[in-house]
Ligand binder design. Structure first.
Ligand code: ZN
Length: 256
């Protein structure tokens, strides 16, 4: 099962294949045909710095895409996907800290989500063709300042603080969404528990829908919404988003 990671070694960014002992560097990246050309020796995990597994031009997020989550915040399920954007500047890697925006927000929430990564440019693609444009899947924590989201009409401020986009740990090109369990634990306590087939709008539909609005470039991310159980994060917390068969994304929260 190919799992691609992005990492830096001596400051130089590269892609590699995740293996038990470490990372096997790639000549290119998973987007340009370099997928199957590992080179050099396996680099042990402790010598590299993990980065988010893609460097997107945009992160398209889908709101209220699980019935139970829409209900818990007092919202109806939208008749068509509710889209918003997160800036690429919010991304951090597995293991990095989420910095609590003290002085700006008093209620920061976790939202564990399945995220898809585009492999081939997509513009006006049909739902039937959409799968060919998805390279693989990863995990996102769509960290949200819930108080600011409620105060503002637009979601931009609430969703966009630096570090509000943990993404990773890898990009898995074999993962096929079905009924896998998605959980979020905070300090070991189960907060969110859903299955990815509970999504209202499924990945292929979302790619087709978004591609009618904006061109999706290789590396772009669509994060597909969160199940019920969103709740607060505070400095000192450790939050783990896990998707069965895909992996675990773990981050700490620090004051800032
Ligand atoms: Zn979300």
């Amino acid at each position: 099962m190919p799992r691609y990671v992005r990492f830096t070694l001596f400051g130089k960014p590269s892609y590699g294949l995740a293996q038990d002992e470490g990372v096997r560097p790639l000549a290119g990246d998973p987007f340009d045909g370099g997928r199957d050309e590992p080179q050099g020796e396996v680099l042990p995990w402790d010598v590299i710095t993990l980065r988010p597994p893609t460097s997107p031009t945009k992160i398209v997020a889908v709101g209220r895409n699980y019935v139970d989550h829409a209900k818990e915040l007092g919202n109806d399920v939208p008749k068509e996907p509710l889209l918003f954007l997160k800036p690429p500047s919010c991304l951090v890697a597995h293991g990095d800290d989420v910095v609590y925006p003290e002085g700006e927000s008093e209620l920061v929430h976790h939202e564990g989500e399945l995220a898809l990564v585009i492999g081939r440019r997509a513009r006006h693609v049909s739902e039937a063709d959409a799968a060919a444009h998805i390279l693989g899947y990863t995990i996102m924590n769509d960290v949200t300042a819930r108080d600011l989201q409620r105060r503002d009409v637009q979601f931009t401020r609430a969703k966009s603080f630096d570090t509000f986009g943990p993404l990773g740990p890898w990009l898995d090109t074999d993962f096929v969404p079905a009924a896998q369990r998605l959980t979020v634990h905070v300090n070991g306590e189960l907060r969110q528990d859903g299955r990815v087939d509970q999504m209202v709008f499924q990945p292929a539909m979302l790619v087709a829908y978004v591609s009618r609005i904006m061109t999706l470039e290789p590396g772009d991310v669509i994060t597909t919404g969160t199940p019920a159980g969103v709740g607060p994060l505070v400095p000192g917390d450790r939050v783990v988003v896990a998707i069965e068969g895909l992996g675990e994304l773990e981050n700490g929260v620090v004051g800032g």
